[in-house]
Write a protein that binds this ligand. Structure first.
Ligand SMILES: Nc1nc2c(ncn2[C@@H]2O[C@H](COP(=O)(O)OP(=O)(O)OP(=O)(O)O)[C@@H](O)[C@H]2O)c(=O)[nH]1
Ligand SMILES: [Mg+2]
Length: 249
């Protein structure tokens, strides 16, 4: 009777949602800190070495626990892992590709290891998602996308915001020729809040940022080229601002 009940529950409920990954494909697992805007509010920004170290330790631990893990890349509050199961005829796939096992165990192992490594009174939690990518070139683009998210746009947006804040403060007290130079620079940097105005550097950077943050967009090398152009333009404006105001402290 007890065994019948168990079999029935397994068959009718548990097995109904038991999903398996296809074999011999690239598997990417991404772990992401839950509500880390809150968890990191007292940490150094934009980059906290201790946080990165704890994430690295958790990632190393998870790499060792997962079967077939080949590569990992982390930035901000996230880590992505690449798993493969096609090197040999008998290569295994972690948990035989059982999706619920993979996402729940990866999240819990990473969470446990991170909390052990982090010197924090707060308890951190991480979510996990798994995806299957059939083409190698798409896997490369995936990691490029996460890398771009880290290095290019965060830096661009942070630098841009800082520059705009400096410009705003300086314009509030400047007069005469200095004010005129600052106004010229502002016109070049800021899109005026009127319809049909020519989008200036701020709008271009904001656009690239939304593009690389939209998870359904594929990011290719053109986005990286675009970043380089925008970064150069932004650096030129910063140099101009420094000539007017003196170097930023
Ligand atoms: N101070 C500080 N904050 C960081 C650092 N790295 C990442 N963060 C913060 O971590 C957060 C990561 O953002 P998201 O993953 O998009 O958002 P989240 O608040 O974690 O929300 P969910 O992931 O949706 O649960 C951002 O708020 C970053 O500012 C760091 O080195 N220092
Ligand atoms: Mg997060």
């Amino acid at each position: 009777m007890k065994d019948d009940l168990g079999r029935r529950f397994k068959r009718d409920y548990e097995d109904a949602l038991r999903l398996f990954l296809p074999r011999r494909a690239y598997v990417v697992i991404r772990i992401d800190g839950r509500g880390f805007h809150k968890f990191t509010e007292d940490l150094e920004r934009p980059y906290c070495r201790a946080l990165a170290d704890a994430l690295d330790r958790a990632a190393l631990y998870l790499c060792q626990e997962m079967i077939g893990c080949r590569f990992a890349y982390g930035q901000s509050d996230e880590y992505s892992f690449l798993l493969t199961d096609f090197e040999r005829e008998d290569s295994a796939l972690w948990f035989d590709g059982n999706v619920q096992k993979i996402v729940s165990v990866s999240a819990s192992l990473f969470t446990a290891a991170f909390n052990r490594a982090a010197d924090s009174k707060k308890l951190a939690a991480f979510d996990s998602r798994v995806m299957v990518i059939s083409q190698r070139a798409e896997v490369e683009r995936y990691f490029l996308w996460r890398q771009l998210d880290a290095s290019a746009n965060r830096l661009n947006v942070l630098t841009l915001n800082r520059t705009l804040a400096r410009l705003r403060t300086a314009r509030a007290s400047a007069t005469g020729e200095k004010l005129a130079s600052l106004n010229d620079l502002a016109a070049d940097l800021i899109t005026p809040p009127i319809r049909y105005s020519k989008p200036e550097l701020q709008a271009h950077i904001a656009y690239l940022y939304t593009l690389t943050n939209a998870t359904d967009q594929k990011i290719g090398r053109d986005a990286i080229e675009r970043y380089k152009v925008l970064r150069k333009a932004l650096d030129e404006r910063i140099a101009q601002l420094n000539r007017i105001l003196g170097a930023d402290k």
